[in-house]
Design a protein around this ligand. Structure first.
Ligand code: SAH
Ligand code: SF4
Ligand code: F3S
Length: 472
């Protein structure tokens, strides 16, 4: 009988995508992926290190799993992902029920490591790579709705924002061969998927240089496109190289099918180009939603965070989005209480939220991470109760803005990709519009995977409620 592996994933979408790669690597090596933890021979926990509470949650989970291990002495537990990379052997010393630690660039070693842990060894592999992209591995979508999927297009980050642990846990930035990305999107479409999200920590710096001819030879269809399209395409034909940037890649994926929606995350404001916005405007199936993490509205804070843009630059990018893509939704990440943040800095963040009027925001309290620039050079000097109060003020303001934005959608009709049955009632379906807003409506004879036109009749700050107006 095959050995069974149960994978539990924490953290960002990149980790979800990585778990599917891990699933694929282990599948090929003869392991079965199970969704039932009680029948697992191995439990792999793909972890996040972004904030201290993310790590505390994993520590708690490891304590809970001890009971399972007591009941089944052969059960092995492994730690994957960013916390594995950050803590390495320390984790092995502190958590004696863990058999193996594997960093994000070492997943190809998993089959061999699992085999060795069965012999009783305890192992750690945390070497980061400058080239690993797992480009040749087709992820196993073991926990899927069959309609939406993530595609990892690059790995790593070298922006070194002062607060952030990611450059240390994920290593240098590297981009994946575009042809493998397009092939993966096409294969998903053929299996019935209708939406892909291209993932990277800073997708705007995606860049692939191919030997002359390689890419052209493999994308003959693209070459046959009309003159006008070729002129507007962004692939620069240099004498010895073809460079594929992120706008090119978006166009390539969008052309897989008009019925395949394309999303992406995340954009760093310093690199968000007009060229990308133009490509987004050109394709109806590129979703009109941009996640543009602001982090702070204060110029002084942004500088201290090493974000490399000013509030003016950020607002200029917002203006450009509104100009090229008038229906586009805009979402963000923000941190309350970064080192030395004053009341005035905080007010600047609130002002930024009032100016931009985000459709959604992920809002965090600053958490000092070991080894970052902030940990080495700055003081975590904003008291916790002040951080909490500032965060609450941002959350309250954003709640009002999101509700007002949603109220403006009442009466509008959107094309919705149906993703599943509503959690509240099996008589209702839910899906998302291009702007990534969730819309709930009566089921009728529709089913997940179809597109429907839905007119919004009511809303909350988080959800639109509507009725189907015509069935495509
Ligand atoms: N690459 C993305 C974000 C990745 S991490 C980008 O640059 O936008 C997701 C979010 O977590 C960040 O945008 C930031 O808002 C938050 N974050 C990162 N480090 C943090 C820390 N030390 N404390 C609190 N929030 C943090
Ligand atoms: Fe972290 Fe900054 Fe890289 Fe985003 S861009 S992952 S916040 S270092
Ligand atoms: Fe967390 Fe690593 Fe993602 S630290 S947010 S899982 S890149």
């Amino acid at each position: 009988m095959k050995n069974k592996v149960y994978i539990e994933t924490y953290g960002c979408q990149m980790n979800l995508a990585d778990s599917e790669i891990v699933g694929s690597i282990l599948n090929k090596a003869g392991y079965a992926i199970t969704r039932d933890i009680d029948e697992a021979d191995f439990i792999l926990i793909n972890t996040c290190a972004i904030r201290d509470n993310a790590e505390q949650r994993i520590r708690k989970r490891l304590r809970e799993l001890r009971a399972l291990q007591r009941a089944r002495s052969t059960l092995k537990i492994g730690i994957l992902g960013c916390m594995a990379e950050r803590l390495q052997k320390q984790l092995m010393e502190e958590e004696d029920n863990v058999s193996f630690i594997v960093g994000p660039d070492a997943y190809r070693n998993l089959p061999q490591m699992l085999a060795r842990t069965r012999e009783g060894e305890r192992l750690a592999e945390t070497l980061l790579s400058e080239t690993e992209t797992y480009a040749d591995i087709e992820p196993v979508r073991y926990d899927t709705n069959g309609i939406t999927a993530y595609i990892s297009i690059m790995r790593g980050c070298q922006n070194y924002c002062a607060y952030c642990v990611v450059p240390y846990t994920r290593g240098r930035e590297r981009s994946r061969d575009p042809q493998t990305i397009v092939d993966e999107a096409r294969s998903l479409f053929e299996k019935g998927y209708r939406e892909v999200t291209l993932l990277g920590q800073n997708v705007n710096s995606y860049r692939w240089e191919a030997e002359n001819g390689k890419l052209e030879a493999e994308s003959g269809e693209r070459k046959a496109e009309s003159e006008a399209d070729a002129a507007s395409s962004n692939i620069s034909h240099l004498t010895s190289h073809i460079t594929v940037g992120f706008p090119d890649l978006m166009a390539m994926v969008a052309e897989v099918s008009p019925l395949l929606r394309v999303r992406f995350a995340t954009s760093h404001p310093k690199d968000l180009s007009d060229e990308l916005l133009q490509v987004m405007a050109r394709y109806d199936n590129i979703c009109k939603c941009i996640h543009l993490p602001v982090q702070s509205g204060s110029e002084r804070m942004l500088k201290l965070m090493n974000r490399r843009y000013t509030p003016e630059w950020y607002l200029d990018r917002i203006d450009a989005i509104r100009r090229y893509l008038p229906t586009c939704s805009i979402t963000t990440d923000v941190i309350a209480g970064f080192c030395t943040e004053t009341e005035e800095d905080h007010q600047a963040t609130l002002e930024m939220f009032r100016r931009v009027r985000y459709d959604y925001a992920y809002m965090f309290k600053f958490s000092m991470r070991p080894n970052t620039y902030a940990a080495k050079h700055l003081q975590d000097d904003v008291p916790d109760d002040v951080k909490t109060r500032r965060l609450e003020e941002i959350i309250a303001l954003q709640g009002e803005i999101a509700l007002e934005n949603n109220q403006k959608e009442i009466g509008k009709t959107f094309e919705v990709l149906i993703e599943g049955v509503s959690h509240r009632s099996d008589q209702q379906l839910f899906g998302r519009n291009s702007q990534n807003k969730v819309i709930v409506f009566e089921r009728g004879d529709l089913k997940p995977g179809q597109y429907a036109h839905v007119k919004v009749t009511r809303c909350t700050s988080a959800t639109l409620i509507g009725e189907v107006v015509d069935n495509k």
